[in-house]
Every structure is written in structure tokens, then in C-alpha cells.
Write a protein that binds this ligand. Structure first.
Ligand code: ADP
Ligand code: MG
Length: 392
């Protein structure tokens, strides 16, 4: 059953009435600009047509209990504005992990002195979890819409995104950047979203009508990768420290041009040089991408995606054999304009731009060849760039 129907029918069964509203918040895929957010770079994600759906109504009058049903987990949690601080259910037990995402949003809203009415909510999603398509941000942004709908306040999408990020950083305890919530909140149908991670200014760039976004999940899941990410972050910080001795205006790798980097790269230890080169060149790639997308030159843009993959594989070193296999097969197939690993790496998905007319054949062939080479059954999603979180 589609999650929209699932949440509606589950709401009826659980609460014995119709939901007052249904909202959705999409997952997202990043098309270009990987591992550059904490270097003040640019990211280029799109919201996708897979989403978390939430059916909801105000709690019974006088009740301060929010009751949440996570259909995908077959579980229920309940909290009040008081019990949120201690991350406990109203029965005193610890909130289940999934409930910390919506509770975190309630906490962040409250911290901003926004009202958080008690709610009855049922939610379910067709964004795969932990695949790098940001199921967590889609849950947060769906609940942000729900609480906004039941309140008198209204926030611009970027403000909702920032509250979601705060919830995930400070309440759930996951150190994510702003891209995920931003894309889920601000998505626009048929567009890529170009976000400047320094100023948080953003603009949209078109995806041609005849191009599909195909996401291929290797079905390999990253595990215990925090150390690897932290090392890379540290390498970028080390590079900034050294480069800023020569270029005093450099505050982040964003401020280093490719020319300056090439001139000074022998000042950097080998591994630091590789990590920082990826970032500097990736930011340069996103700058080159803008006019290409504006002109509808998706072929050259696709080449830039391919370059991005090679850089993540060889310089930033966050790829794994399965991701490389998935990308190599994709790049060899007819109609493929560009392919690369997307998200943090070490597992998860690849993003592919594919001529829409052959997208089905591409997906079938990609799945078959990937399984042949790895004995893993991948999931392939043919997506389109979609609108952000909203009532439906
Ligand atoms: P992702 O890359 O998909 O965002 P995360 O590890 O950041 O992966 O977030 C996954 C977590 O978000 C899940 O473990 C769960 O706690 C929560 N979540 C995501 N989707 C759902 C869902 N459909 N129902 C309940 N919780 C969900
Ligand atoms: Mg997440």
C-alpha cells in the first residue's frame, strides 16, 4: 500500500476517526557537491518523489499527550512537552530511537518559543532508511509541517529546515549539515537546488524534462564510519591552517582557488593534500556546473558528475568496490549522462542522470549486471525532482 493510504487507514483504525490533515516531506538526493558542506561549499540536491507521509489531528481537547504511531516500525510513542526534555515516553520508559526525531522537532520548536500543540499522528515512509536519501530529515520536516498546520505560526521553509537540523544535532545527537532538511523543506518540482552552505542563500537550476534521476542502492550499509569522516574533516581543517599561513583571507577551503591550491599543494602532507584537493576541485566543479545547467547542457554536467565520482574514489577515498561497480556499469549503459556515488559514501546509493526514454531499461540492466558482479540485489528508484514538505 502507498504510504499515503497506509497512514490514513492506520489513523482511522488507531484513533477511530478521520485524520484532519495529511502532509508529506520528501527524501533527497545530492547530485553534486559532496563532502563540501563543512568547508562552506555548494551542494546541489533535489527533493525526490519518495517521502514520509503523516496523517494527523489535534489531540483530544484537554490532553497534553502527543501520540505518535510509526507504521513502519509497528510502534507507538507518546510524550508531553514536559517529558520531551528527558527523552522519555509518558510511561517513563526511554523514547524509542525513531521517536527522538519528531520529539526533537517539538523540542526545537519549543526552544524557539513556538507553540507545539499536542498531536495524534501516524506516519510512514517510502524513503529507504539509512540509504543516504535522508529519511531522517523527511520525518523531521513532515512533523514540522504538522505542528505548523495545527499552530498559528508559520515559518519559511529554510527556518523549518534549520529547526530540523537543530533537532537532529542537539536532540537526536547526529552531527548533520543543513543540506538534508533544506532539500526536504525547500524542494521544487523539476529543479535542482543550489545551496551556498556559507550564506545559506539558494537558487534553483532546471533538470531537463527528458532526464530522469535514477538512484541505485548498492544495499551495502555504512557502519562505524564516524572515525573515517572525522579524519577527513580534520584533514580539511589542517589544510586550512597551513594554507591560511600563505593566504591570510582563507577561512575555509571554499576560499582557496584551484590555482592557489596547485601552487601551494606541496606545503600539505600527502593525505591532507588529497582530501583538500577533492574539496577545492569539487567546489570548482559546482561553479562550472551552474552555467551548464542554466543552458540545459546536461551532457557536460553529467561529465562533471563522473569527475566527482572519480575524486570521491581516488582523493577523498570514501567509495567502496560495490559503489564503484555500480557507477562503472551505469556509465557504460546507453542513455546514462552521469553517475556517481551520492551521500557520505562507504555504502548507500549512486545518483544517475539518465535519458527518461530509456530509464526503465537502464534500471533493469543496471540491476542485473550489478547482481551478476556482486551477488547483491540492488534497489533502483527512478525519481523526479519534486516539491518540498507540504500538506497534501
Ligand atoms: P538516512 O540517511 O535515511 O537519513 P539516518 O540514520 O539519518 O538515515 O536516519 C534513519 C533514522 O530515522 C531511523 O533509524 C529512524 O530512527 C528514523 N526514521 C526514518 N524513517 C523512518 C520511518 N519511516 N519511521 C520511523 N522512523 C524513521
Ligand atoms: Mg539522516
Amino acid at each position: 500500500m502507498h504510504p499515503k493510504d497506509l497512514v490514513t487507514s492506520t489513523f482511522r483504525q488507531r484513533f477511530d476517526k478521520e485524520p484532519t490533515f495529511v502532509a508529506l516531506a520528501p527524501g533527497r538526493v545530492n547530485i553534486l557537491g559532496e563532502h563540501v558542506d563543512f568547508n562552506d561549499g555548494f551542494v546541489l540536491p533535489a527533493a525526490i518523489d519518495r517521502a514520509t507521509y503523516i496523517a494527523f489531528a489535534p489531540a483530544e481537547s484537554g490532553s497534553e499527550h502527543s501520540t505518535l504511531v510509526a507504521v513502519d516500525f509497528g510502534e507507538e510513542a507518546s510524550f508531553t512537552l514536559e517529558s520531551i526534555a528527558t527523552k522519555t515516553n509518558t510511561d517513563g520508559a526511554a523514547l524509542p530511537e525513531w521517536a527522538t526525531y519528531p520529539a526533537g522537532v517539538a523540542w526545537a520548536l519549543k526552544e524557539s518559543s513556538l507553540t507545539v500543540p499536542a498531536i495524534q499522528a501516524v506516519f510512514a515512509s517510502d524513503v529507504p532508511r539509512g540509504a543516504g536519501l535522508s529519511s531522517s530529515a523527511s520525518v523531521e520536516m513532515a512533523f514540522a509541517i504538522a505542528w505548523q498546520t495545527l499552530s498559528k505560526w508559520e515559518l519559511p521553509p529554510m527556518q523549518r529546515a534549520l529547526l530540523g537540523q537543530k533537532a537532529e544535532n542537539q536532540y537526536v545527537g547526529v552531527n548533520c549539515g543543513i543540506m538534508d532538511q533544506f532539500a526536504s523543506a525547500c524542494g521544487i518540482s523539476g529543479k535542482l537546488l543550489l545551496l551556498d552552505c556559507r550564506s545559506l542563500e539558494w537558487q534553483v537550476l532546471p533538470v531537463p524534462e527528458d532526464v530522469a534521476i535514477v538512484i541505485a542502492d548498492t544495499c551495502v550499509r555504512r557502519k562505524l564510519t564516524d572515525g573515517a569522516y572525522n579524519q577527513r574533516r580534520q584533514a580539511c581543517e589542517d589544510a586550512v591552517k597551513i594554507l591560511s599561513q600563505h593566504l591570510p583571507s582563507v577561512k575555509a577551503l571554499r576560499d582557496v582557488s584551484v590555482d592557489d591550491f596547485n601552487r601551494l599543494s606541496d606545503q600539505l602532507p600527502g593525505v591532507v593534500e588529497k582530501r583538500a584537493r577533492h574539496v577545492v576541485e569539487e567546489i570548482e566543479r559546482s561553479r562550472r556546473a551552474i552555467p551548464l545547467l542554466e543552458q540545459g547542457n546536461i551532457r557536460e554536467f553529467g561529465q562533471i558528475m563522473n569527475e566527482c565520482h572519480a575524486s570521491l574514489r581516488d582523493l577523498y577515498e570514501v567509495s567502496i568496490p560495490e559503489l564503484n561497480v555500480m557507477v562503472e556499469i551505469a556509465q557504460s549503459l546507453p542513455g546514462c549522462l552521469g553517475a556517481r556515488l551520492t551521500g557520505a559514501g562507504f555504502g548507500g546509493c549512486t545518483a544517475n542522470l539518465v535519458e527518461k526514454s530509456v530509464a526503465e531499461a537502464f534500471a533493469a540492466e543496471l540491476a542485473q549486471q550489478y547482481e551478476g558482479k556482486t551477488s547483491l540485489k540492488p534497489e533502483i528508484y527512478i525519481c523526479k525532482a519534486s516539491d518540498g514538505a507540504r500538506l497534501v
